[in-house]
Design a protein around this ligand. Structure first.
Ligand code: SF4
Ligand code: SF4
Ligand code: SF4
Length: 233
């Protein structure tokens, strides 16, 4: 039942994954709406029309109107790009191409104008360019929907899901790097060897200490013998 409502809400959300609603992505907002734990008017990208539709589906009131947002896409000033790849990581729909230490470019037809790349750029070389499009992204080929608004949203959602799926092998690779079994074994062996060396050293020290004590004891015995004229037992 709830799944049905979630799906219906997802279909009317713009799917830019911009997080302006305060949720991690459109799916998370749709879920919270279905369980009626949030408000219907938080998606500023969708605006009033989307808020009204959400309210109807989730049986929620719309408390206030949302101001219309100007749409934009992002462009990179290539002279300022240092190829840090931060924007690629931040982009939820893989709309940026580039490689480490190389110039990056926004694939404009894939840009949803979510703005998530703007704050991460260390050289401030990304610019938001206002556009007159009614819906973003411009590319819609991943969707077969005839409605241009829904086709754009579905295209963006599929790109987002694709990126999420790509991130999984990255995580596995990252874990392999941080949890390298051979490396951990070698570290453990080194530590054990060090501990043995410390143990041998302390044993030698203990032996030396014992010898010194024996010598001190013998010196005391000689002093007592001289002082009191005692014979060896
Ligand atoms: S498009 Fe709307 S629902 Fe999706 S993340 Fe942005 S504000 Fe939230
Ligand atoms: S390039 Fe476009 S879609 Fe990608 S993070 Fe920037 S604004 Fe969002
Ligand atoms: S975050 Fe800025 S500097 Fe880094 S790769 Fe992207 S555009 Fe270039």
């Amino acid at each position: 039942m709830k799944q049905n409502i979630i799906q219906k809400i997802e279909q009317i959300l713009p799917q830019t994954q911009c997080r302006r609603c305060g949720f991690a992505d459109c799916a998370a907002y749709a879920k919270a709406l279905a369980y009626r734990t949030t408000q219907a008017n938080l998606c500023s990208v969708g605006g009033n029309e989307t808020a009204q539709k959400i309210a109807q589906i989730a049986d929620l009131p719309v408390y206030s109107k949302i101001a219309d947002e100007t749409k934009f896409i992002v462009r990179i000033d290539e002279d300022g790009c240092i190829g840090c790849t931060r924007c690629i990581t931040a982009c939820p729909v893989n709309a940026i191409s580039g490689a480490t230490k190389l110039m990056h470019t926004v694939i404009e037809n894939e840009c949803t104008g979510c703005g998530l790349c703007l704050p991460v750029c260390p050289t401030d070389c990304m610019q938001a360019i206002e556009v007159k499009d009614n819906f973003l992204p411009r590319n819609t080929f991943l969707s077969s929907n005839k409605n241009p608004q829904q086709a754009a949203a579905e295209h963006a959602r599929l790109r987002y899901q694709q990126k999420q799926a790509e991130r999984l092998p990255e995580t596995v690779e990252q874990n392999k790097k941080t949890l390298n079994i051979n490396q951990l074994l070698s570290q453990a062996q080194q530590k054990t060897a060090q501990q043995k060396r410390i143990s041998v050293k302390s044993n030698e020290l203990a032996q030396q200490e014992l010898q010194q004590q024996k010598q001190r004891s013998y010196q005391r015995h000689l002093r007592r013998k001289k002082q009191y004229g005692l014979d060896d037992e």
